[in-house]
Each structure stands twice: as structure tokens, then as C-alpha cells.
Unconditional design. Structure first.
Ligand SMILES: *Cc1c(COP(=O)(O)O)cnc(C)c1O
Length: 372
């Protein structure tokens, strides 16, 4: 089906085509100089010590959990309203999940009070998700983590270059506040390489561990041996193959050049939604109290206050694509035994409306008209 207004769109053009073609002509396709350059530029722009490129965001989250030593017997606190990969990554390591509530329907990030209520002696880490591109309450999250000696993993799949201003005046991008930040460059994310991801950290030891785990636990890479910088290798830990390649990294460098402009277009569209829906009978826009200039405005998770099925059907009939971010993770069969906060928001009122950098004001006005 060809949607009149698709859920999202991306900005990929001649620049990416040329960059990927140049890699192909070079005939060095596996992780090498282009990936090193992508990592260097990402880390510099993020103002973070290390950026380690991987093959997808789920691998980034898995490496974060592994590098932090999460294992069987541990518990990791994760928000209930997120993509299942945020939780699965801890489960891969044998840990149990404990699901925390979001703040409210107007702020769908993890509630610090709910995190605190879920802590037990087995809790080792908190995975926060900067949902929709809006940074979690990191002053409180980091305070709780310090008090209880917990690690913090930031799932930044929605939030490349979203930022936070701490009460003490310090500023940081999402992914540079906790112990490890995890990014996704999947085909519908703010910056995309088709499949792709990045791990960020300011901790030198964690970065070294993540680099080892990314490539079989081997002490040297094919590229280093090719350049004559290394001849043999040892395998010092049980690693994985979570490497990216030069084609994806070449695209990533192009997307990195565009991300500020793409994010600012998204913020403008979010503002159009806030204005258009101010007097809607059926739909409320969340996060209106937030500073949009600090958000990556990844999605538009509208809250339907009445006639959910009717609104959804009318949008579909008008050729307007919708989705839902998300059904609660604790509701999936594999997590039925997990601990969870009482009476959590179940996401049932969320209806994700279109938001992509190519949208125009008239699109938002049409969506408003159809929603009522
Ligand atoms: C997309 C996404 C991921 C997973 O990223 P992949 O690159 O698809 O593996 C993880 N968490 C959240 C919140 C996401 O939106």
C-alpha cells in the first residue's frame, strides 16, 4: 500500500550513493579506515571519549550489558514502554528484567520513583530509554544509580544528539551521561545506515572491553594485520561478530553531517503538531512541557483520549500510516515471569502519528482534521 502520508521518511541521496560507491571501488569493504573515521567524528560531535561502531543497535545494547559484567543472578531495571531489544539485551546475558513505569502519558520516559521502588539487592543496572528522543530525568537517574551503586545503560536509539542540562549546569548529549550509550541506525531512525549502531562511553576500560567483544575477543583486527601493525592474535574473552563494514560507515559519515538539520526539521514538525492539536477533542500531544530544542523528536506518540479505534480507522482510510510505540514489554510471553511495577501505564492510548523530515505543515493539518 502506498501511503498518502507514511509514518516516517529518511534523507538519503547522492551524497550517500557516492560515498558507498567510493568504498566499493576501493575494494576494502570490511571494517577499516572509513569506520575509524566515522567513530572519530561521532565521538567528537558527541563530546564523548569513545565511539565504537557496530552492526545494529541491539548488538550495541548487548555489548553494553556484557562489558558491564551483567550476568545470571543479576537484575536490570528497564522501562515497560520500549522496544523489546532494550530488555532482551540484558536477558542475553542471563540477567532477569524488572520493569518500571513511565512518568505519565505526557512524559513517556522512565519514572525515577518507579526505578527506586524496583531496586533489590540483586539489581545491577538501569537501562534508560530516551523515549521519542526526549532525554530521561538524568539528574534523578544518576543520583539513584550513585546511591545504590548501579550501572546506567542509555538506550539512545531514538535520541541521537538529544541533550540534557543538569541542575549543576553541566550539559551532555544522550549517550554521554551514563556508563554506556547505545545507538541504532536502523532504516527508520533519525540517522540511518540501513542497519547499524554505535556504542559510546567515557570509560577507557569499558571501551577496550567493548572493542574486544565486538570482534571475537581477538587482540588484533584483520585491518591492523593488513596494515602490518599486527601479525598474530590471541583470543582473550568470548566475543562476538558485531562488526560493521565500510559501506555502512561511509553512509554514517554522510548522515552525521545531516543530523543537526534533520533533527531541527523534526522539532519544527513536532511544534506544528502541538499547535494544530491544542484544541483537539480526541488526541493529546505528549512532552509539550519539554524544551523541544533538546529533543531529537524521533516519533510523535500521540495520546488518544477518546474513540481510539475510530481515530485509527479514519487515519487509515485517509492514507495516513500509524503505529504504536509500544505495547508493554512485560506483556510479551517471554517476560511473563519478570518482576514489574504495580498498575503501570499499559501504552493502550498511544497512537504514533507520522513524523519524518520531509513532512509539511499541510500534512499535519490534514492529520489534525482527520483525527478530530
Ligand atoms: C530501534 C531500537 C532498538 C534496536 O535497534 P536495532 O538497530 O534495530 O537493533 C533498540 N531500542 C530502541 C528503543 C529502538 O527504537
Amino acid at each position: 500500500m502506498e501511503w498518502r502520508i507514511p509514518l516516517t521518511d529518511i534523507d538519503v541521496g547522492q551524497e550517500e550513493i557516492d560515498a558507498v560507491a567510493e568504498v566499493l571501488r576501493s575494494k576494502w569493504l570490511t571494517m577499516g579506515a572509513v569506520t575509524e573515521e566515522f567513530e572519530k567524528q561521532f565521538a567528537a560531535k558527541m563530546n564523548v571519549g569513545h565511539a565504537i561502531a557496530v552492526n545494529n543497535g541491539t548488538a550495541a545494547l548487548h555489548l553494553a550489558n556484557l562489558a558491564l559484567g551483567i550476568g545470571p543472578g543479576d537484575e536490570v531495571i528497564c522501562p515497560n514502554i520500549t522496544f523489546v531489544a532494550s530488555a532482551n539485551a540484558s536477558r542475553y546475558c542471563g540477567a532477569d528484567l524488572a520493569f518500571a513505569d513511565v512518568i505519565s502519558q505526557d512524559d513517556l520516559t522512565i519514572a525515577p520513583a518507579s526505578i527506586e521502588a524496583m531496586i533489590t539487592p540483586r539489581t545491577r543496572a538501569i537501562t534508560v530509554v530516551h523515549y521519542g528522543g526526549f532525554v530521561c530525568r538524568m539528574d534523578e537517574v544518576m543520583g539513584i544509580a550513585r546511591t545504590h551503586g548501579l550501572k546506567v545503560i542509555e538506550d539512545c536509539a531514538h535520541a541521537p544528539f538529544a541533550s540534557h542540562s543538569f541542575v549543576d549546569g553541566a550539559e551532555a548529549f544522550a549517550g554521554a551521561m551514563g556508563d554506556v550509550g547505545c545507538f541504532s541506525f536502523f532504516g527508520n531512525k533519525n540517522m540511518t545506515t540501513g542497519e547499524g549502531g554505535m556504542v559510546t562511553t567515557n570509560d577507557d576500560d569499558l571501551a577496550a572491553r567493548i572493542r574486544l567483544l565486538r570482534s571475537h575477543g581477538m587482540t588484533s583486527l584483520t585491518y591492523e594485520r593488513h596494515k602490518g601493525h599486527a601479525s598474530g592474535y590471541d583470543v582473550v574473552t568470548l566475543g562476538y561478530n558485531y562488526r560493521t563494514d565500510e559501506m555502512h560507515s561511509a553512509m554514517g559519515i554522510c548522515q552525521l553531517r545531516k543530523i543537526d538539520q534533520l533533527n531541527s526539521k523534526r522539532r519544527q514538525i513536532y511544534r506544528w503538531y502541538i499547535a494544530a492539536f491544542a484544541d483537539s477533542h480526541n488526541v493529546r500531544i505528549p512532552f509539550t512541557h519539554r524544551d523541544l530544542d533538546r529533543s531529537a523528536c524521533h516519533i510523535l506518540p500521540a495520546i488518544v483520549t477518546s474513540d481510539y479505534t475510530g481515530v485509527k480507522q479514519r487515519l487509515k482510510n485517509a492514507g495516513i500510516q500509524t503505529s504504536k510505540h509500544y505495547d508493554p514489554v512485560s506483556g510479551f510471553s517471554i517476560y511473563t515471569d519478570s518482576r514489574r511495577a504495580d498498575k503501570m501505564f499499559d501504552g493502550s492510548s498511544i497512537l504514533t502519528l507520522p513524523l519524518g523530515p520531509q513532512m509539511e505543515l499541510s500534512d499535519v493539518e490534514l492529520i489534525r482534521e482527520v483525527c478530530g
